[in-house]
Design a protein around this ligand. Structure first.
Ligand SMILES: NC(=O)C1=CN([C@@H]2O[C@H](COP(=O)(O)OP(=O)(O)OC[C@H]3O[C@@H](n4cnc5c(N)ncnc54)[C@H](OP(=O)(O)O)[C@@H]3O)[C@@H](O)[C@H]2O)C=CC1
Ligand SMILES: O=C(O)CCC(=O)C(=O)O
Ligand SMILES: [Mg+2]
Length: 479
């Protein structure tokens, strides 16, 4: 079955039934060490996860790690350009749940992203990146503790599908000519536009299916955490990209109507219902005026549309959501992408779960991680219906590779997400608590040490931080 791999001789595979992992007490879990700082952060992570398992479950539960290869390490074993060997894909498919370090992607030419390839091959459509503050972590913000969001990033489409043509190539020019000569002139709203012939071209597909399955998971997550997480915000740049990003928003609202009608309320619906609560004699027009800024300056047909919206909301959900019932539901709203970058900084406490397309989520997850301490504190999971791969938000940070200095926190916390996914909450909680205690006591790596006042000198090494977490876990278990 494998060309160069030998799976562990003990352990059992995880299977998925209707999207849910069926987890034995002795799962075999493939891991990819990764490139760059993967050599530092993976051993640190494995130590913490194994210790947490041992402390919580003794010999009753054990992960049997299965080393598989991608990136530079794979080329060493399998030969030149063998960045993602078939063995690795077979192992991940067979065992269902994996964890990985970061993998390098060159800018411009060369190989396409192995990270993105794995998400696409296994249809890991939901990239989940929680950004939560651990007290004592230095931050450029005065109140980083106010940010506690979970980013749900669509993970398989958008420009990450990688359908691009380099400027000047025959295909790029053929496509530009087709667009300039046929498709653009045939579309009235594009009249007069022209694409410069020396352009590179990339395609940005955003599908209804892809958008809705991601947003569905985000809403389901909010419902599980209710009332702690009560808001799902659809992030988009739909004012500019109407039929891709704007459609993402519209399909999100459609989903509320079609699948979550009794459990959700949209922000606009809540305004309409609240206006009625505050004034039971309010007319449709007065209500419409209150929900739509500039209503009085709109042409009559547009005013009519808003009036109809008010009427429809009251008729459809007045009984089920009115008189304050909507306050117990998950609210769905939307924000334009550029604005959400400042909102998470200026009003972080107002956001809970952010549902995004691929590119926006990539940007937003680094930005949100910066608020809670930087990329060393940004965990993540890529989840599909029959596979899951856990990985940090950050990349290979090549200048720090092999120096035993970077913060393994993101991969360790990704490991905690893995434990939680397996249903081993006690071990997941232990890891998070111990990591929090270590940071609170100033036991930190260089990235946090340099920001603390006064700076911590010398900082812990990568492996030293893992050992500090291990000591904290032992203390928690003793007490
Ligand atoms: N999922 C994946 O595998 C990902 C892979 N990549 C790939 O990684 C490569 C490098 O990307 P790059 O843009 O440099 O981004 P990186 O995320 O690798 O690193 C950028 C900077 O973030 C900080 N940082 C990253 N990881 C840590 C950590 N564990 N602890 C502390 N600080 C950290 C460092 O800042 P400082 O030096 O200031 O301390 C580092 O220089 C590229 O090939 C890229 O494609 C990128 C993102 C995700
Ligand atoms: O795959 C890569 O090289 C970068 C991906 C990335 O930045 C991310 O997934 O956050
Ligand atoms: Mg990124």
């Amino acid at each position: 079955m494998y060309e160069k791999l030998s799976p562990p001789t003990q352990g059992t595979r995880i299977r998925f039934a209707a999207g849910v992992p069926q987890v034995p007490d002795d799962p075999i879990i493939p891991y990819l060490r990764g490139d760059g700082t993967g050599v530092d952060i993976w051993p640190a992570t494995q130590l913490v996860l194994d210790t947490a398992m041992q402390l919580c479950y003794g010999n009753a539960r054990k992960i049997h790690w299965f080393k598989v290869y991608a990136g530079d390490e794979a080329c060493e074993l399998y030969g030149e350009f063998q960045y993602l060997p078939q063995d690795t894909l077979t192992a991940i498919r067979e065992y269902g749940v994996a964890i990985k370090g970061p993998l390098t992607t060159p800018v411009g030419g060369g190989i396409r992203s192995l990270n993105v390839a794995l998400r696409q091959i296994f249809d890991l459509y939901a990239c989940i990146r929680p950004c939560r503050y651990y007290p004592g972590t230095p931050s450029p913000h005065r109140h980083p503790e106010q940010l506690d969001v979970i980013i749900y990033r669509e993970n398989t489409e958008d420009i990450y599908l990688g359908i691009e043509w380099r400027a000047g190539t025959e295909r790029a020019q053929e496509l530009i000519q087709l667009l300039n000569e046929r498709l653009i002139p045939a579309t009235p709203e594009h009249q007069g536009k022209k694409i410069p012939l020396d352009s590179g071209i990339g395609i940005k597909p955003i599908s209804k299916t892809g958008s809705q399955r991601l947003i569905r998971r985000a809403i389901q997550h909010a419902l599980r955490l209710l009332p702690a997480k009560q808001l799902v915000t659809l992030v988009h740049k739909g004012n500019i990209m109407k039929y891709t990003e704007g459609a993402f928003r519209d399909w999100g609202y459609e989903l509320v109507q079609s699948e979550f009608r009794s459990e959700c309320v949209t922000e606009r619906e809540s305004w309409i219902l609240e206006n009625l609560e505050k004034n039971s004699d309010i007319t449709i027009t007065e209500n419409a005026r209150l929900i739509e800024p500039g209503y009085d300056h709109l042409p009559a047909p547009k005013q009519a549309v808003i009036g109809a919206e008010v009427q429809q909301v009251l008729a459809q959900i007045g009984d089920t959501h009115g008189q304050g019932q909507w306050r117990q539901k998950v609210m769905v709203n939307d924000r334009i992408a550029d604005s959400i970058f400042q909102q998470i900084q200026t009003r972080p406490q107002e956001y809970s779960i952010l549902a995004t397309m691929n590119l926006n989520g990539d940007y937003l997850s680094d930005a949100a991680a910066a608020i809670v301490g930087g990329l060393g504190m940004g965990p993540g999971a890529n989840i599909g219906d029959s596979c899951a791969i856990f990985e940090a938000t950050h990349g290979t940070a090549p200048k720090h590779a092999g120096k035993d200095r970077v913060n393994p926190g993101s991969l360790i916390l990704s490991g905690a997400m893995l434990l939680e996914f397996l249903g081993w909450q006690e071990a997941a909680d232990l890891v998070q608590t111990a990591l929090g205690y270590a940071i609170a006591q100033g036991q930190v790596t260089y990235d946090l040490a340099r920001l603390l006042e006064p700076p911590v000198e010398p900082p812990l090494s990568c492996s030293g931080f893992a050992q500090a977490i291990v000591r904290q876990m032992e203390n928690v278990k003793k007490s």
